[in-house]
Write a protein that binds this ligand. Sequence first.
Ligand SMILES: Cc1cc2nc3c(=O)[nH]c(=O)nc-3n(C[C@H](O)[C@H](O)[C@H](O)COP(=O)(O)OP(=O)(O)OC[C@H]3O[C@@H](n4cnc5c(N)ncnc54)[C@H](O)[C@@H]3O)c2cc1C
Length: 260
Amino acid sequence: MQTKLINFSKYSSFKIGGVFEVALLEDDFSCINDYYLIGSCNNTLVGNNPPPLMMLSKKYDYIKIENNTLKIGGATPSGKVASFCKKHNIANFEFLSHLPGKLGGLVFMNAGLKEYEIFNHLVDITTPQGMMQKESIEFGYRFTNIASPILEATFSLEYGFDVQKVEMFQKMRANQPSTPSAGSCFKNPQGDYAGRLIEAVGLKGLMQGDMCFSEQHANFLVNCGEGTFNDAIWLIKEAQKRVCKEFAIRLECELVILES
Ligand SMILES: Cc1cc2nc3c(=O)[nH]c(=O)nc-3n(C[C@H](O)[C@H](O)[C@H](O)COP(=O)(O)OP(=O)(O)OC[C@H]3O[C@@H](n4cnc5c(N)ncnc54)[C@H](O)[C@@H]3O)c2cc1C
């Protein structure tokens, strides 16, 4: 199996992590139970000792229009999908122009902005075990029960790219920090906001090393320079501890922590 050395302090959106070897998945799927699958690590905090890692090869970076559907490979970056849809006047993917990730990671996380989620127009996915129809997948807010690498996803095809939606998504992003992060650190608990709770327990802006919950948006854990995995974990645990003590709410991480 081919491998690739990746420097996660450059590759991950957090800009945290060492240099680790990553197996490239192409046609041989015999190792998938022994490795952890990554996409573009826009939702991932890479630890000092991550498990063995794998990623889809370039073979899965494609977009095709077929039988009145859109077929997208799991390794296709969101920006490429957004550009393709703009060029071909395709509707419903405008939100991807401001949402970083590869298609497999986006589908696995059911990523989205407000009510615009990647599952909205999903038809089926292809995994090494075969196809799964949307109806057979459990999914919800930043959650799916998919337990296998997503090699391809099929979406219904509608025409009419909406530039106004792109502008709307851009505005939604205006209050979010541009400092390296992995987007929202915690899922919003039902009926509340993780950012409000983090602020209420005095953690907004508190620096641990070079990491903090952003002054601009308290649910964004940001790396202000040389932030480390240990600093990030300290803040995550501190937030969970304080919020549990004061509000009896368990904050669940939205970001994925990769540590053995
Ligand atoms: C600035 C910023 C803003 C963000 N804003 C949002 C937002 O508004 N809404 C939102 O939903 N997210 C947001 N995110 C998070 C991120 O964009 C999404 O979670 C995205 O889906 C991550 O994709 P990825 O390829 O980077 O996945 P990774 O971080 O690499 O992986 C995430 C998870 O997906 C799994 N995975 C990856 N590829 C596959 C595959 N092919 N098959 C099966 N599982 C796979 C991994 O095992 C892991 O569990 C933001 C991130 C950043 C940095």
